[in-house]
Design a protein around this ligand. Sequence first.
Ligand code: NAP
Length: 275
Amino acid sequence: MSHVYFCSMKVTIIGCGNMGLVYARAFLRYNIVSSENLLLAEKNEARRDELQRMNIGRVVITSAPEIGKSDLIILAVKPQDFAELAPKLSGIIGKNTTVLSIMAGITIDRIAGDLNHRFVIRAMPNSPVEVGMGMTGFSAHEDVSLEQVRSVENLLATTGRTVFFEDEKMLDAVTALSGSGPAYFYYIVRAMVQAGKEMGMTEAVATTLVKQTMLGSFQLINNAAKPFDELIKTVASKGGTTEAALFVFENGKMHDTLVKGIIRAGERSAELSKG
Ligand SMILES: NC(=O)c1ccc[n+]([C@@H]2O[C@H](COP(=O)([O-])OP(=O)(O)OC[C@H]3O[C@@H](n4cnc5c(N)ncnc54)[C@H](OP(=O)(O)O)[C@@H]3O)[C@@H](O)[C@H]2O)c1
């Protein structure tokens, strides 16, 4: 696929709901795919009409034969819709086409088997892809070439950062850490806002304080070459307010509970992949 970089690459996105549309927009924003070379295959008629009006690519149904001429096919349907989709696709995928799946929990082996096609890459994005700040872990079938991996990485990088994993099993950990991660973050933000309200602030004011604190702290983590323990110590002086809060957190085993919860999410991801 090396010769089809950037605008000349023909891409089909199958399933243009939330995520499919995020990718379509990101590819166009970075001129990595042109709208003439972007096929949007969508089952839902009302959604097809909406996509037509957006004028961001050619809108087709899933069995359209031109899908077979794509350099890359992205599977962005819900995992439960894959069984119905696979037989429609298996006959029309081109010999050299790369298939990129973002479906949670469906293994590379299953996709390759059901589509009768080896060039399969599986990615696990997270919801901040919507604002170009996503984190995507991805893995590839052993027959996928380095060139194919690089091409797909270029596309995924239009939505944020990417990390490639040799071992597909690590995608369960990716799911637990960065996939589910935004929800853990919102959970902590929600608790902080509630504490602000209980101390007499309005929700709006408490939310402003917490959001800006999260943003500023992220910048410090990102720029300071200090371990987390040291960063905590810079805020928590002996006998002070932060230490008082940390003491209560530790008594409630908050650190261990968070670690355990995230590991449990990874196990759940592995269970769901087995079906
Ligand atoms: N949202 C996230 O943060 C996130 C993160 C990681 C991975 N993912 C994965 O991303 C995938 C898409 O999620 P989503 O939230 O974008 O789902 P969504 O909004 O429901 O979009 C899926 C779209 O695909 C359509 N569709 C279903 N079967 C089809 C077929 N055979 N051919 C063409 N189109 C078909 C659906 O139509 P109907 O509505 O008529 O069924 C729907 O419009 C899922 O597999 C999910 O696991 C999402």
